[in-house]
Design a protein around this ligand. Structure first.
Ligand SMILES: Cc1cc2nc3c(=O)[nH]c(=O)nc-3n(C[C@H](O)[C@H](O)[C@H](O)COP(=O)(O)OP(=O)(O)OC[C@H]3O[C@@H](n4cnc5c(N)ncnc54)[C@H](O)[C@@H]3O)c2cc1C
Length: 410
């Protein structure tokens, strides 16, 4: 009987354990938290964007680092495979905008409950509150040390995650273990992270959510990225889907980066001017601050007027042509200076990790240490939002587990 130990009960470790289990082995997951899937619980704002429903070939452009490495793993364990598994244990799901898949209940806890059911059904043991400190391999056996307990195994999967949101348990232990086994770890950087901006309006704008707007990142006046969709103002700056996406294009060590927001991307300058002139005719006797409600959300109006250098109390019928053109210009190009990206602990995902050059892409086995495997975010792979990162965790976990199962049956 072979012994398999998986460190980490995130989606990668869980899938590795599920795929590894056969009657010829014991599979044990060691997890330092008091429950499984602590990060999974907060995914998709508590709704868990389980995966993406697009065809697998559409996943590769969404993977920012080492997409080719994922080829075999993704085709061998697809989005439909994880959905079929979860569905077979009773989880209903739905597909939303951008092919993002969510549990039908909108509760990530239901995904975790389903994983718990599967682990129980397959007789996979989970030891919670077990923080692994040190690992070594002697005479073909892995010795795995917790604070007080010691474990031995024939196969070991390291699925300890990256270093973002460390309160969920991902504190970089796996990188340390891998280094001790002679693996290289590429530089760890934040990916999909909010932006800090310099602005006098943060207090007024905090909590304001803007939909259907266009955000551009400009370096030395050159646009390096444009994103359309939703953003949110926070106490430090900007967050929300398009900000996280755009954060990946922000170059390191560059000053003079401007974030420009087009509040009306669907209207060109002329159409917007006509629209404003119609509103001005309708509200000609009002103060300008009360004449823009049809066009802009309330909290934005004083900000846009200040940026356009127009007195809020000026009567609409006294607004000059120059002032109107300045207003249009601000609406199409509301500018903020970027101070920087928020720290890695606030990033959705860690860019960088255990180098893929030292891992077999078909099995996730170490090319340096036999029977040692890696899975999930601990590896140097990261993707955009949309369910792709979780799919990477399942697919790499599955690849590792499948290889262990085959070896256990030999
Ligand atoms: C706020 C937020 C929202 C997200 N939303 C989505 C989304 O909707 N869809 C999507 O695709 N991706 C999303 N992601 C990314 C996704 O959560 C991760 O890519 C995924 O969880 C990585 O899985 P993993 O199993 O590799 O690592 P993790 O989920 O981080 O799991 C690693 C586990 O290992 C345990 N561990 C670590 N060290 C030790 C140790 N020494 N001993 C024992 N146990 C240890 C940890 O406690 C943890 O439970 C989101 C991330 C964040 C932060």
């Amino acid at each position: 009987m072979k012994n398999v130990v998986v460190i980490g009960a995130g989606p990668a470790g869980i899938l590795a354990a599920i795929a590894a289990k056969t009657i010829n082995n014991n599979v044990l997951i060691l997890e330092k938290n008091e429950k499984i899937g602590k990060k999974l619980y907060i995914t998709g704002k508590g709704r868990c964007n389980i995966t993406n429903y697009s065809p697998i070939e559409d996943f590769f452009p969404m993977i920012n680092s080492n997409s080719k490495f994922m080829y075999s793993a993704l085709y061998n364990y697809t989005n439909m495979d994880i959905l079929n598994l979860l569905e077979s244990y009773g989880l209903k799901y739905k597909v939303e905008r951008g092919n993002r898949v969510f549990p039908y209940s909108d509760k990530s806890s239901d995904v975790i409950k389903t994983f718990n059911k599967i682990l129980l059904d397959l007789n996979i043991k989970v030891k919670l509150n077990e923080d692994i400190r040190y690992i070594e391999k002697q005479d073909d056996v892995f010795r795995i040390y917790g604070k007080t307990n010691k474990y031995e195994s024939d196969f070991l999967v390291i699925a300890t995650g990256g270093i973002s949101y460390p309160a969920t348990g991902s504190t970089g232990a796996g990188h340390k273990f891998a280094k001790n086994f002679g693996h290289s770890v590429t530089k760890l950087n934040p990916s999909l992270v909010p932006m800090e901006i310099k602005s006098n309006y943060l207090k007024e704008l905090q909590g304001v959510s803007l939909k259907n707007i266009e955000l551009a990142v400009k370096v030395d006046d050159n646009i390096i990225c444009k994103e359309f969709g939703e953003l949110v103002f926070t106490h430090f700056g900007l967050s929300g889907p398009i900000v996280l996406k755009a954060s990946n294009s922000v170059p390191e060590n560059k000053n003079n980066i401007i974030i420009s927001i087009d509040l009306k991307p669907k209207l060109d300058l002329e159409t917007l001017d006509n629209r404003i002139q119609r509103d001005f005719a309708k509200y000609s006797n009002k103060n300008i601050e009360n004449a823009l409600d049809d066009l802009l959300i309330k909290k934005l109006i004083p900000v846009v007027l200040k940026e356009s250098k127009i007195n809020c109390f000026k009567k609409v019928n006294q607004i000059t042509r120059e002032e109107r053109l300045r207003l249009i210009n601000t609406i199409k190009n509301l500018k903020f200076e970027l101070v920087g990206l928020r720290p890695i602990k606030e990033a959705i995902i860690t860019k960088g990790g255990i180098s893929v050059r030292e891992i077999n892409p078909k099995t996730m086995e170490s090319k340096k240490i036999e029977n040692l495997y890696f899975a999930g975010e601990v590896i140097d792979i990261d993707a955009m939002t949309g369910g792709y990162n979780l799919q990477i965790a399942y697919s790499t976990g599955y690849a590792a587990g499948k290889s262990i199962k085959e070896k256990s049956n030999e």
